[in-house]
Design a protein around this ligand. Structure first.
Ligand SMILES: Nc1ncnc2c1ncn2[C@@H]1O[C@H](COP(=O)(O)OP(=O)(O)O)[C@@H](O)[C@H]1O
Ligand SMILES: [Mg+2]
Length: 264
């Protein structure tokens, strides 16, 4: 039996595209014929869970079948006692064990703030994907960058979290974690910003050991897709009635490029 591959979406900031990218990865894998399980650890936002609910509703309303992951959520309990934390971590572990029995891929979406479930989620990552918005301000999640000189002074708290996950995996003789930082909301016009981002990201990549990848372009359609539970990869498929011109072709290429790198 092949061990399932676990892909974790993580970034200590909210609104960087974790849930959007998670859903696109899930649908890409499903449409590629893979058995996919998904797990939402973001109890507060629950965006991935809502995204999948919206997808079910869309399929029902239009009388069509859309490929669906086996989806579960694990939320942090409200009392932060040592006992409840240990209990939550046990639930997380047994949930992942169960999902491993039925899936080729498990995609885990994590909250955009530091908590024990978020940190524990990172320990399971064979592949960690960190989407970041295309701006220097968002890079501070990886390391402190001087805005004048663009020099990196120190790694961030989040880079430390990833480092801890790497140590955990080494101690438990798990495959080394592969970390990809994916630039989201790429703009086609702001080339100056892009050059500065290229330089700083490449410096950070060496400093905290990740591979930088171009990700998704900036497209207002992503919000509407969320509400319908659809992804760029569902457009032009049977029963999906949403026409957005040719933009889905570029988007599909972006997702495919990302997945080709990850699946290598
Ligand atoms: N490439 C993009 N272009 C335009 N809007 C995007 C893009 N990626 C994400 N969004 C939108 O930004 C918001 C936050 O994205 P989300 O995936 O929920 O982030 P996170 O899970 O990191 O909090 C959502 O409304 C989503 O539709
Ligand atoms: Mg989210």
């Amino acid at each position: 039996m092949i061990t399932p591959h676990i892909i974790v979406l993580g970034n200590e900031k909210g609104g960087t595209g974790k849930s959007t990218v998670a859903m696109h990865i899930i649908v890409h894998l499903l449409r590629d014929g893979k058995k996919v399980a998904s797990l939402d650890l973001d109890g507060r936002q629950g965006s991935l869970t809502k995204y999948i609910k919206n997808r079910n509703l869309y399929a029902e309303k239009h009388g069509i079948s859309l490929p669906m992951p086996e989806h579960l959520a694990v939320a942090a309990s409200s009392s932060f006692t040592e006992k409840s934390i240990a209990e939550d971590l046990k639930v997380l572990d047994s949930t992942i064990k169960d999902l491993k029995k039925i899936a080729d891929f498990i995609v885990i979406d994590t909250p955009g703030s530091d908590n024990y479930l978020m940190r524990a989620g990172h320990n399971y990552a064979d592949t960690l994907i960190t989407p970041i918005n295309e701006s220097l301000i968002d890079l501070d999640v990886l390391g402190s960058v001087d805005p004048e000189t663009q020099k990196i002074s120190s790694p961030s708290q989040y880079s430390q979290t990833v480092w801890e996950a790497r140590k955990f995996r080494a101690a438990h003789r798990l495959k080394p974690l592969r970390w990809f930082v994916v630039r989201n909301r790429l703009s086609h016009v702001d080339t100056r910003n892009r050059h500065v981002m290229d330089k700083v990201i490449n410096d950070l990549a060496k400093r905290v050991s990740f591979t930088a990848l171009p990700g998704l372009g900036e497209r207002v359609i992503y919000r509407e897709l969320f509400l319908k539970g659809l992804t760029m990869l569902d457009l032009r498929k049977a029963g999906v009635d949403m026409n957005i011109g040719l933009s889905h072709i570029a988007a599909r290429r972006e997702i495919k490029q990302l997945m080709d790198t990850i699946e290598e």
